[in-house]
Ligand binder design. Structure first.
Ligand code: NDP
Ligand code: MG
Length: 387
């Protein structure tokens, strides 16, 4: 299997390469992309010897070239937006792992599908903004969109590898959520929480953007929309259930009342492995779950008052059209501001709510509609940011 790893230097990217190293001896990494972490990208390029490697600009390309000097690496170094697309469609590649963060992930996803590549998708933002386009294109090009997100991998595993639940008697999907680091905090403490507080996630170590999304519960909202598109289910059929231990990664309830749950340690390498090898099972030495030392498994309803981002995402899911793209873009910008201590925790949801009030939703017919919605969102946040 030939794979490309977009976002190779990130949390999912590096774990994907760990899976390749330890579990998939027949996988060949043909493309790697990075962004700011050039030293890591250089080390990975030296190790995997891909055909091509990508960084955003010429300055980083020069830095990378210097680091690879004298290593005898023949990898071509590419830069710029068009060349990122070239990475997504590289001929020998069968599976594109999209581990880019945020809206940067959409164009490569669409290009890879058009080129007939299967997608192992971590970049949930692609599906949130353009789920209809992606799933339609995937059908037309006979391409599989396999989720890396642990909850969606769990659902897929409960469905025995089938991407649609309609022919196997699904009654509802139960999407579990850890509740994030502020699950038990009173609202006034959450209001004063810093980015450093939010970055201390109880169960998972992830990139900064998704860690903040987990603290606001926007991540669960994005995952709700992701699940609707991936599994063709209406919002009413997807229940969000807080399960603080992150042992049950999600469940499917069938029309006879039976429920399948997928469990395991909170280790992203397992869903990554399933995305690349599933429905086959591949043995590995990753840590196992020990039920005797596992404390209680508990469940509670999400609190949309303390976590208004979840309510906003449900609204966007319900309205549809270009609204999820606007929400996603405003959220990404606001999370960046929060990470830089420029706005407070509830500033994120307040900004999204204001955007919703000012925006006129449109239908999504093609990618231009998404780009227009994102451009509107950027204009909106720039106005708000300088107000
Ligand atoms: P990280 O921030 O750790 O990694 C993001 C990757 O994308 C890095 O390789 C980064 O390069 C690169 N990158 C960042 N900005 C750009 C850009 N503008 N253009 C091109 N490349 C860029 O994120 P995660 O790995 O945590 O998340 C990736 C995706 O996976 C997200 O959509 C997230 O929601 C999803 N996901 C993540 C999970 C996790 O456990 N981490 C779990 C489930 C889903 P560099 O680091 O060199 O700057
Ligand atoms: Mg998840």
């Amino acid at each position: 299997m030939n794979i490309s790893v977009l976002g190779a230097t990130g949390s999912i990217g590096t774990q994907t390469l760990d899976v390749v190293r330890k579990c998939l001896p027949n996988a060949r990494v043909r493309v790697l992309t990075g962004n700011a972490n050039v030293p890591l990208l250089a080390a990975l390029t030296d190790e995997f010897r891909p055909d091509m490697v990508w960084v955003p600009d010429g300055a980083r390309a020069i830095e990378l070239e210097k680091l690879l000097q004298h290593k005898g690496v023949k990898t071509e170094i590419l830069t710029g937006d068009d060349e990122l697309i070239a990475c997504a469609v590289h001929d020998p590649v069968e599976v594109v792992v999209n581990a880019l963060v945020g809206k940067a992930g959409l164009s490569p996803t669409l290009a890879a599908i058009r080129a007939g590549k299967d997608i192992a998708l971590a970049n949930k933002e692609s599906l949130v903004t353009a789920g209809g386009l992606i799933m339609g294109l995937a059908r037309d090009n006979n391409v599989r969109i396999v989720p890396i997100d642990s909850e969606h991998s769990a659902i897929l595993q409960c469905l025995q590898g089938k991407l649609t639940g309609n022919d196997v008697g699904v009654e509802k999907i139960i999407l579990t959520a850890s509740g994030g680091p502020f699950r038990t905090w009173p609202q006034e403490h959450i209001a004063a929480a810093t980015a450093a507080d939010a970055l201390r996630h109880p169960n998972w170590t992830m990139g900064p953007k998704i860690t903040i999304d987990s603290a606001t519960l926007m991540n669960k909202g994005l995952e709700l929309i992701e699940a609707m598109w991936l599994f063709g289910q209406p919002m009413e059929n997807i229940e969000i259930l807080v399960h603080p231990q992150s042992i049950i990664h999600s469940m499917v309830q069938f029309i006879d009342g039976a429920i399948m749950a997928q469990m395991g340690t909170p280790d992203m390498r397992l869903p990554i492995l399933y995305a690349l090898a599933g429905p086959d099972r591949v043995s590995n030495n990753y840590p196992r779950l020990d039920f005797l030392t596992t404390k209680d498994l508990t469940f509670e309803a999400p609190d949309m008052k303390r976590f208004p981002c979840l309510a906003l995402a449900k609204h966007a899911a319900d309205v549809g059209g270009t609204l999820p793209a606007v929400m996603n873009a405003v959220n990404e910008w606001a999370v960046g501001r929060y990470l830089n201590n420029k706005i407070d925790f509830y500033g994120i949801s307040a900004l999204i709510a204001e955007a919703f009030d000012s925006y006129t939703v449109k239908e999504v017919n093609d990618i231009a509609d998404i780009h227009e919605a994102e451009a509107w969102a950027m204009e909106f946040v720039n106005l708000m940011g300088t107000a």
